[in-house]
Design a protein around this ligand. Sequence first.
Ligand code: DGJ
Length: 569
Amino acid sequence: MKLNLHALVAAGVGLVLTITSAQSQTASNIPHLEKQGTATQLIVDGKPFLALAAELHNSSASSLEYMKPLWPKLVAAHLNTVLATVSWELIEPEEGKFDFRLVDGLLQEARTNDLHLVLLWFASWKNGKSSYQPLWVKTNQDRFPLACSSDGKSMPIMTTFSDANRDADAHAFAALMRHLREVDGEKHTVLMIQVENEVGTLGDSRDRNPAANEAFAKPVPKDLMDYLVQHKDTLAPELLKGWAAHGSKTSGTWEEVFGPGKPASVQLYGPDLTDKKKDIYWRQLNWASDEFFMAWRYSMYVNQVAAAGKAEYDIPMYVNSWLQQQGCPRPGEYPSGGPVPQVHDLWRFGAPAIDILSPDLYIDQFAETCARYTRNGNPLFIPESQAGVRGAANAIYAFGACNAIGYSPFGVDRFAGSDLELARAYDLLSSVSPLILANQGKGTMTAVLLDATNATQTFRLGNYKIEAKFWVPPSWTHATNTMPGPIAGVFISTGPDDYIVMGRNLAVNFYSTNETESVGIGTDEEGVYENGRWVPARRLNGDEVYEWRTLHLRDDKYSIQHVKLYRYR
Ligand code: DGJ
């Protein structure tokens, strides 16, 4: 999404002067997004880039000394990108006085170690709450007001209903982006920016300070209603259902259009929230008017912060979400108004300066969540997730099946050096990334994510039907009586009868679309990619391609095979 007029106007005075410089930066090849078929790719120094990333713990990047021993471990973990926090309190400790020494130190260390950075702007909100704003903001509640809960008490959350809050944040963010343009506009160490962290109101389903209550009692703004009407055909099905449930009205107050908000009598996380109810609530809209109202407010606030930054230095920007899930199924139990799938359309309306809506994806429903985050062309960037066996499988699946731009487990300080599963997977992905990038968005590549409960998947790719099975060596089940996993497999159609398959613990059968024909494995090579070229190793035959029909990636380490098929009657 390019910086558009809506975003610029929203960011207010002073932007017009900087538009020209932001535009000329795009032309001069700063990191940006580009379409390839159905995919959107991150372009770095003129080439598409897969971010094999990981995120530091929240406080790590606040000390260059603390970071010192970590850099070599990040390199050894085969990362090419590190997600690191830049906090408002540290860059603007006194109002209007900026200190970028920490940012410069991070850039320098990243460059020395041949790593890229994605910087996380921790400012007005972090996990719904406000704790990264400078002390001069925290201690001046009259000037920088807080959100209120239904008992009338302030919550430690900067309210979205304050221009002063938004403008102070946007001012600091613009200063950061200006500085980045000056020190990194040519070098491109910083690839993208996360604006805020897991925004939304936590502790109540909506803000109830007087300004918020007043806005909530008013009609849904006409420009928002018009947007929903115009985009009816592509709206998220959850939003459409929530709207239809109350008569698909095109005007009215929030509660008239989207149904009742949370009754005062309901206590969040209260005793009524049984496991059975959690299970039901987390797959449905709850108090949609409250959640939609907050999504409208947060998206517009974040948009103005992002647009002020983009006017200085126009690199891709995303927001991340704390997901609705069984443990916290209702808005307020997870941050209400954050970019969860059911409110993506409201975010698209409110925040055109934001390029990507991202999931912090720790829940088990990985593939399902990726599917919900790639609707309507939203590019997939996963800033927080798991590491280990699960992380390796998630990353491979996301790049192969969902055209992901990047994958990033959280808390790399903890696992760098000890997580060999992820390091090995990133090493292999880095060798094969030119092929993956060349095939994203073209319909020539897909991937599977398999585990004990979802052990077989069948799909069509190129000229063949393919059946991929999770293959478990008998020794595993005997030893542990469990089926470890999950595992992933990537399939790339490289010619009419040719496939590259990357995976582990996989058995793969190919079938002709013409039932009178059988399919044989003509040749099967294992090998590696070196500098983008296929370098074959063993020629596999006999027991390794059982009955000339089944491709086996038997090892419990990811590897690559190149297979040529033939048909016979
Ligand atoms: C999600 C947050 O976005 C991160 O900053 C961090 O607090 C993790 N949760 C911790 O698991």
